[in-house]
Design a protein around this ligand. Structure first.
Ligand SMILES: C=Cc1c2[nH]c(c1C)Cc1[nH]c(c(CCC(=O)O)c1C)Cc1[nH]c(c(C)c1CCC(=O)O)Cc1[nH]c(c(C)c1C=C)C2
Length: 525
């Protein structure tokens, strides 16, 4: 059999994995990407809309990417550079209102989050007043770490160290924005690891303990000095080749693309299609994965076709991996990881500047749950006005559901679009006073779209690592939103690490014995 590698799943993780493979492997090795649905891109989805005589775009999934010097942010920027998308990038400058103003809906008002010490001096809004008290509480409360606990919910942790109001007003809001989940369910150890460690290591409080954590991290990071130096060199070379592009990124706090985020996944797909050794198999879900008699991986598709390869990179969400293996032993991460359901309602109005404040948008904390069906609202036109196409419109997105989806709207697979659209318009009217008739309202339900890293996640991840190594004779690796973070840049950097640093691609004949989770687990040591 000729050499081949299969990538399962055609979302951003699968596409970027296939891309990095195509960069590294000779043309003699076949790369097959298998996607069950009829489109590539997964949760990255941009729709074109026509209404009120104008055309514009709406995002149904992630809408912007962060700039900065993190490995994750730089990995996406390097990808954008390699895909020749520099001229497609549009940015929100660091000086823009969208970069500076983020709000929390509290006591019926939009409260601006402090941007620095200056805002502390000019007075904190009501939602944030609990923060100085919370800091004082942590500094003056004796160590009260839960004995023997290997994890704790963010709600319990924040309440114990900083006071419940900090969770009710702030932490719960931030976690709604990222995970669309409740801090009562989310894991401190997985999502706030430096704070978790500081609580464990420190003798008196989390904030004092952070100094020890910083020392510990410096010692750990020293192991990655060579990798980091190589990556820094690669970026500095690019900076010299395209100084204008990189300077515009340095001045930006976030960015997207002229025609939306889907440009990135579309470009990946079209570039991959140009490779003679890449095959994109679309509209065929995998039925089973097994080891063939010759020791290679056999992936049986819905249509009965069997795709053979020496290694399988599985990027499917956990609930889809479940059931792929005949003699599947139990695995807690697969079985116990809930995914958030989020309704994304895009609304467009025939007028500019209709929000009472300018900014990225606002989040709704648990403290305001009684007066809001929404998790938050994004002011799209304020962040990226270019995407209005020069029209006199305002685009906003209302996010609904999360942990309260069933309670508020019923089953995500049968909810009426009307009820979501109604709830979104009521939110905009009640919170922002917008009573104008919109030119366009469009609701989409993201069913099981964001994995929830719930209490006990780290232990389950470690067990998953061992489980993956036991499958298919060491010929499977996993990567994706359920491991190491659900943000697009995290998915991209983990797929790059897997392909460029962990798999030994010139000896595909031998089992790789790489779960893909090694370094992610190592972060929690
Ligand atoms: C479809 C809804 C989504 C919600 N979260 C995500 C999606 C796709 C995923 C996500 N959103 C953010 C991150 C963090 C990484 C990052 O790129 O910054 C992830 C993984 C950031 C984010 N998204 C929103 C906000 C307010 C934030 C916080 C960070 C910031 O201030 O920039 C918008 C938003 N997303 C969701 C909700 C409910 C929401 C509300 C306004 C859920």
């Amino acid at each position: 059999m000729s050499q081949a590698i299969t990538v399962l799943g055609g979302g951003i993780t699968g596409l970027s994995t296939a891309w990095y493979l195509a960069q590294r492997l000779p043309q003699t090795v076949n790369i097959r990407l298998v996607e069950g649905s009829l489109r590539l891109g997964g949760w990255v989805r941009t729709d074109s809309r026509q209404a009120g005589g104008v055309s514009f775009i709406v995002e149904k999934g992630p809408r912007t990417l962060r700039t900065g010097n993190s490995r994750e942010a730089l990995a996406v920027l390097e990808l954008v550079d390699d895909l020749d998308m520099r001229s497609d990038v549009i940015v929100a400058p660091k000086t823009s209102a969208a970069a500076r103003n983020r709000f929390i809906y509290y006591q019926g008002e939009l409260n601006c989050m402090p941007a620095g010490l200056g805002s502390v001096l000019t007075g904190l809004p009501p939602a944030v007043r609990c923060l100085p008290r919370g800091i004082w509480h942590d500094l003056t409360t004796k160590k009260n770490t839960l004995e023997g606990a290997s994890d704790e919910s963010i709600h319990s942790f924040v309440s114990r160290r900083f006071g419940q109001q900090v969770d009710d007003n702030l932490a719960s809001a931030v976690m709604h924005g990222i995970y669309a989940a409740d801090t009562k369910d989310l894991s401190t150890r997985a999502l706030l690891y430096p704070f978790w460690l500081a609580d464990q290591m420190g003798k008196s409080g989390v904030l004092r303990g952070l100094r020890q954590v910083a020392k510990h991290s410096r010692a750990r990071n020293a192991r990655f000095a060579v990798r980091d130096a190589e990556e820094k060199y690669s970026v500095s070379k690019r900076r010299m080749q395209n100084p204008e592009f990189w300077a515009s990124i340095d001045d930006a706090s976030m960015y997207s693309f002229r025609e939306g985020m889907q440009m990135l996944t579309d470009r990946l797909a079209s570039r991959l299609a140009n490779y003679s050794n890449v095959e994109l198999i679309i509209g065929q879900s995998a039925r089973t994965a097994r080891l063939g008699v010759d020791g290679n991986v056999e992936l049986e598709l819905e249509n009965g076709k069997v795709v053979q390869s020496q290694h399988l990179i599985n990027t499917l969400p956990l609930h889809q991996i479940h059931g792929l293996f005949d003699n599947e032993s139990s695995n807690a991460l697969l079985e116990e990881t809930p995914y958030a359901n989020v309704a994304v309602v895009n609304v467009a109005y025939p007028k500019k500047d209709i929000t009472p404040v300018d900014g990225f948008g606002y989040l709704v904390p648990r403290a305001s749950a009684k007066s809001s069906k929404a998790l938050g609202v994004v002011f799209d036109s304020c962040s990226l006005p270019e995407q209005d196409n020069g029209a006199d419109i305002s685009r906003l997105t209302v996010m609904l559901g999360g942990s309260r989806f069933y309670e508020l709207f019923g089953k995500p697979d049968s909810v009426a679009k009307d009820s979501l659209e109604q709830a979104a318009l009521e939110t905009l009217s009640d919170h922002l006073g917008i009573r104008m008739t919109p030119i366009d309202v469009d609701a989409t339900v993201g069913q099981k779209c964001i994995p929830s890293y719930t209490v006990g996640y780290v232990d389950r991840l470690k067990a998953m690592h061992e489980w993956v190594q036991r499958q298919l004779g060491g010929r499977m690796s996993v990567v994706g939103a359920a491991y190491g973070g659900p943000a697009v840049p995290q998915c991209v950097v983990h797929s790059r690490d897997l392909v460029n640093r962990h798999l030994i691609l010139d000896s595909l004949d031998k089992p790789q014995n790489v779960s893909g989770l090694e370094e992610i687990i190592d972060c929690f040591e």
